[in-house]
Design a protein around this ligand. Structure first.
Ligand code: AKG
Ligand code: FE2
Length: 261
């Protein structure tokens, strides 16, 4: 079983140590999902939709110059507050309606959608949980997601190798929009007694090509034992021997916060 909500970091490191003794499968989906894109974009451009999402976050944004595409806006029980103009927007708790629509589309597409790669049969599969696109308990949870982050990357900008924070449950969805890119996956390094990751692993780097509308689903090993990164510096975005043509890229990451039991 993949790790589930509420497990501590120490437990995670123990799990990682145990799992590294075995061959670790990468369970991940990379499928072209035009329906997702349609759900998100609707009749508007991505740009206006992103503005729309920022507007939903805070009444403050009504006063902002429209050239600011996205803002970090954090919310808590006291209300929304603006952290800094940036290229990133986050939302915790109740998601705006377009993100709920997007979550529903993701669920629908996993269950019924057209896919590039046919998933192995989840129900009754003798290949076990790792063979599904998303295990049934994650697929049926409510809410499906309650945190989103929208990232906008200009050409040359990316995100360094990381495992998403442990405050989020297993089962993470990333919708990739606008510009294609290569996302790389590398295994989490061996963990020493002090809890520090050791860099001495033979590096296995798995490139995954993401088109506009691609969906990446991370669960189990892919979520906990592999880091993901996007290095969009010149020379790193190679696919089939060619440098990927970079334009602005936007991603929407949907996750579920761990809640105390
Ligand atoms: O932009 C992406 O595709 C990845 C974003 C991501 O990994 C994150 O926000 O944790
Ligand atoms: Fe991430």
């Amino acid at each position: 079983m993949g790790r589930r909500k509420g497990a501590s970091k120490t437990n995670l490191w123990r799990l990682i140590r145990q799992r590294r003794q075995k061959k670790i499968p990468l369970t991940m989906l990379d499928a072209s999902l035009p329906r997702i894109q349609t759900a998100l974009l609707g009749n508007r451009s991505m740009k206006s939709k992103v503005y729309g999402c920022a507007e939903t976050f805070s009444p403050l944004t009504n006063n902002l110059p429209s050239r600011i595409s996205l803002l970090i806006i954090c919310g808590n029980a006291e209300g929304w507050f603006l952290e800094a103009p940036n290229n990133q927007a986050m939302r915790f708790g109740d998601l705006p309606s377009w993100a709920i629509e997007l979550s529903n589309s993701i669920r629908e597409v996993i269950l019924y959608g057209d896919r590039i790669h046919e998933p192995p049969n989840c129900a009754g599969s003798d290949r076990g949980e790792a063979a599904c696109w998303l295990p049934p308990d994650l697929l049926s949870r409510e809410p499906f997601f309650d945190q989103l982050i929208a990232n906008v990357y200009q050409p040359g900008e990316g995100i360094c190798a990381h495992v998403d924070l442990m405050r989020f449950e297993d089962g993470i969805a990333i919708v990739s929009l606008e510009s294609s890119c290569v996302m790389h996956f590398t295994q989490v390094g061996e963990v020493s007694g002090s809890g520090k990751e050791q860099p001495d692993l033979p590096m296995i780097k798995i490139p995954v090509f993401l088109m506009p509308g691609s969906l990446v689903l991370l669960f189990g090993d892919a979520r906990y034992l592999w880091k993901h990164e996007i290095n969009r510096k010149p020379g790193f975005q190679m696919w089939e021997g060619q440098e990927v043509n970079q334009k602005r890229r936007t991603s929407i990451t949907l996750r579920k916060l761990c809640h105390a039991e």
